[in-house]
Write a protein that binds this ligand. Structure first.
Ligand code: IMP
Length: 181
């Protein structure tokens, strides 16, 4: 079933408006430059696709795949690059795009890894941010929405690889199971 009856946290229209605002802010900050936008697979692909199409500056794109959550929903804390960038980033302006910051372990580790490659600049744009869940200090440079400690799906975010396709962000509830999705 495509549409599941769970609480909608951010409807599509609200997401679209916020993504355009973020893109405006990023475009102003990167004026005259051509950042490399690095998406973290799989969760960031929908947000990243909308974000880059709303930018007023040219950009290039590349992706990394990390091993972190696996099939569960608890961060292991051990993060490594599964699929690396194809682009050398030394001297480039790099903007990492992620679906959500939770404990902060994933992004703080990725930033540490990419910083060693000496980019000209390195920033992070996260669609969602669960600030109260941090286990390590981490602040994203751009955040779509701060959210409370709830497990959310849709707009690229998954639960066991399900629900990424939902156009809005929903709080994962028992209704999903009841519907047998
Ligand atoms: P962190 O290392 O704990 O910050 O983990 C970030 C990753 O955890 C994200 O890229 C997501 O894959 C996953 N994650 C954390 N919270 C949620 C959620 O509410 N829904 C879906 N995925 C989540």
């Amino acid at each position: 079933m495509r549409a599941a009856a769970a609480e909608i946290l951010f409807p599509k229209e609200v997401i679209d408006r916020r993504v355009r605002e973020l893109a405006g802010q990023i475009s102003r900050d990167y004026e005259g430059r051509e950042p490399l936008i690095v998406g973290i697979l799989n969760g960031a692909f929908i947000f990243m696709a909308d974000l880059i199409r709303a930018l007023d500056v040219p950009c290039r794109v590349d992706f990394v795949r990390l091993a972190s959550y696996g099939a569960g929903s608890v961060s292991s804390g051990e993060i490594r690059i599964g699929m690396d960038l194809e682009t050398p980033i030394a001297g480039r302006d790099v903007l990492i795009v992620e679906d959500i910051v939770d404990t902060g372990l994933t992004l703080s580790r990725l930033v540490e890894i990419l910083r060693k490659r000496q980019p000209a600049s390195l920033r992070v744009c996260a669609f969602l941010d669960k600030r109260e869940r941090r286990r390590v200090p981490f602040t994203a440079d751009y955040v779509g929405f701060p959210i409370p400690d709830r497990f959310v799906v849709g707009y690229g975010l998954d639960y066991n690889e399900k629900f990424r396709f939902l156009p809005d962000v929903r709080v994962l509830g028992t209704s999903f199971e009841r519907e047998g999705v």
